[in-house]
Design a protein around this ligand. Sequence first.
Ligand SMILES: [Zn+2]
Length: 287
Amino acid sequence: MPEAGALVTYGNVRNSKHSVMRTPIRKRIKGAIGRVAGSTGMLTWRYRSKMLIVAFHRVSDAMPEDHLTHSSAKFEEYCKFFRTHFRVIPLAEQVAGCAAANDLRGTLSITLDDGYRDNFEVAAPILRKLNLPATFFVITGFIGTQSVAPWDRQLPQQPGWMDWDQLRSLASQGFDIGCHTDSHIDLGTADERTVRTDLEVSTRKLHEQLGRPARLFAYPFGGRKNISARSLNLVREAGFSCCVSSYGGVNLPTTSPFELNRIPIARGYETPDRLGFDMAFGRIRTV
Ligand SMILES: [Zn+2]
């Protein structure tokens, strides 16, 4: 899951002082403007020199939409929006391209965090149907267990986690499986030994279970404060080729793979057109 701040502020950062303006009518107007911006090619033009990475969590019709959950219809709507306005490629290709200084302008990659079971049951079939690549960042200690994440304790019914067979199936379908630590620790505050141990356990499980090392890493909570310079070094030492955050922002093709930022598709973006509005008017910062 992303940092707590991102859940409530992202997408409405500049409106936070003007909550009175956050009316359904205003949102509808923004959505309509975003739709026009998309249909006129403005989004493609504005992001022609940028590289985007988006982050989802749950895709489910079995629970109400919330800051981590999108319905299957909404997720599909977003995916079609991405496909229309960007060249959707795997995150691994963006990372490799950064290192090789390839032309990644106008590309977007799709990621899903934590490893919820609906990722396999609901999100993956939609991605396959639309022929879109994606990376699933999983918390290895939760895979195949009944663990309840601290942020999910209030849910009336637990969404559940994928198991290793499902992850192997996703990998065989061409999706990437990335590391999101073993226990979703905060790499901004954990001590060196804890971080080392967690990364060792997580990388070992992924390698053993999937038959190849995971190269992509997304740090838990994703905020600026949720990773320290020391932890970032440990991520590099563990052999990962990137370390992506999740506090919102687009990247330049020259951005370091260890400083890549993602746009969390969370509360604040009720529709792709609302995201389109923020994109069209430059409300999403560049790293
Ligand atoms: Zn997470």
